[in-house]
Design a protein around this ligand. Structure first.
Ligand code: FES
Length: 167
């Protein structure tokens, strides 16, 4: 089981040298280092698999800002995973435009085929299914985001092929 799939240790986490450089680069772009919180949290999510309290504390330490500020941001935005997710985080839009073009059928079909409901991760750790509010792809629904990639105008068959073709 990888670190991303396990609970983070209680002790502090450490960014890699590459991640520290990346965060420094973001900090340098803004007059106030707090503004680098969002990109730094993305770096943390990539490095540690998800944004646990330990990861938030590491971001705060790296940015030299209070941990509370980092927590306020991390817990507000849904794009930061606060619990471990599978290798592929499959987010399905259930909002109105996608609903009108078949989101319910898509969510139900994928749920049945993968054997997991939204909010669950498959036993092999390959997929986490999530129903989300809007993926900003409203004119091309139903839409699905798999990690950082978007897929649009989906049917259950098309979506399953995309998921099964992933390495
Ligand atoms: S309503 Fe589905 S992407 Fe906006």
């Amino acid at each position: 089981m990888s670190l991303a799939q396990s609970e983070h240790p209680k002790g502090p986490l450490e960014f890699s040298a590459k991640a520290k450089d990346e965060i420094k680069h973001h900090v340098a772009k803004y007059p106030d280092r707090r503004a680098a919180t969002l990109p730094a949290l993305y770096v943390a999510q990539r490095e540690f698999g998800y944004v646990s309290p330990a990861a938030m504390a590491t971001v705060a330490r790296e940015l030299d800002i209070p941990e509370t500020w980092v927590r306020e941001v991390a817990t507000w935005y849904t794009m930061y995973n606060k619990v471990p997710v599978g290798k592929y985080h499959v987010q399905l839009c259930g909002n109105i435009s996608c609903h009108l073009t078949g989101a319910d059928k898509l969510i139900h079909g994928l749920s049945q085929a993968l054997g997991i409901k939204p909010g669950e991760t498959s036993k092999d750790g390959r997929y986490t299914l999530a129903e989300v509010e809007c993926l900003a792809s409203c004119g091309s629904g139903p839409a699905m985001q798999v990690n950082d990639d978007y897929h649009e105008h989906l049917t259950v068959e098309k979506a399953l092929k995309i998921l099964r073709d992933l390495p």
